[in-house]
Design a protein around this ligand. Structure first.
Ligand SMILES: CC(C)(COP(=O)(O)OP(=O)(O)OC[C@H]1O[C@@H](n2cnc3c(N)ncnc32)[C@H](O)[C@@H]1OP(=O)(O)O)[C@@H](O)C(=O)NCCC(=O)NCCS
Length: 142
């Protein structure tokens, strides 16, 4: 392997990863807006071929969200996911100012909680916090 990390990903490579991990492609406009409005994007290439990515959405205040951590199935288990999450956390750390604190939120895919616990993320629900929740909305005509 000849891995190279970049702080950018094209819509095409992002969608290739989404398909590979079975999340499905997003339409070009929606994917592009999501990537452009991310505070931090990291991608990984092996000899020019996309093999992983992750991104951070951040309000520039105290809330950030770690999203779309994806590694091509044939490249999983090689430390690529770990490196990208570490870099994403490093980015948020670099934004801290005196008196600040920033929370990184994520929604773990089923069975991936242990992967994230290695970085200090705490599983919910727990004794103090309830479960995370989400709501999907889809266009159903105007
Ligand atoms: C989850 C995912 C990003 C992990 O990436 P990866 O490159 O395979 O992981 P790494 O090789 O960097 O593993 C880092 C550590 O996490 C562990 N780990 C990896 N996948 C794990 C899993 N599914 N469950 C528990 N531990 C896991 C590894 O054993 C390794 O532990 P170690 O450092 O103690 O040896 C990757 O499996 C993936 O893309 N899955 C499909 C998409 C997905 O579900 N993403 C998560 C969305 S919330």
């Amino acid at each position: 392997m000849n891995l190279m990390y970049k702080e950018f990903i094209s819509v095409e490579d992002y969608n290739a990863l989404r398909e590979a991990v079975k999340w499905g492609k997003l339409c070009h406009e929606q994917a592009q807006q999501g990537l452009e409005n991310s505070a931090y994007v990291i991608s990984c290439y092996d000899n020019g071929k996309i093999v992983g990515s992750a991104r951070i959405i951040w309000d520039r205040g105290y809330i950030s969200y770690l999203a779309d951590v994806m590694v091509m199935p044939e490249y999983q288990g090689n430390g690529i996911g770990r490196h990208m999450v570490e870099q994403a956390i490093t980015f948020i750390k670099s934004q801290l100012k005196e008196g600040w604190k920033i929370k990184i939120v994520l929604v773990a895919a089923k069975g991936k909680e242990t992967f994230y616990e290695k970085f200090g993320f705490e599983e919910r629900p727990n004794d103090e916090a309830g479960a995370g929740m989400d709501l999907w909305l889809a266009f159903s005509g105007s």
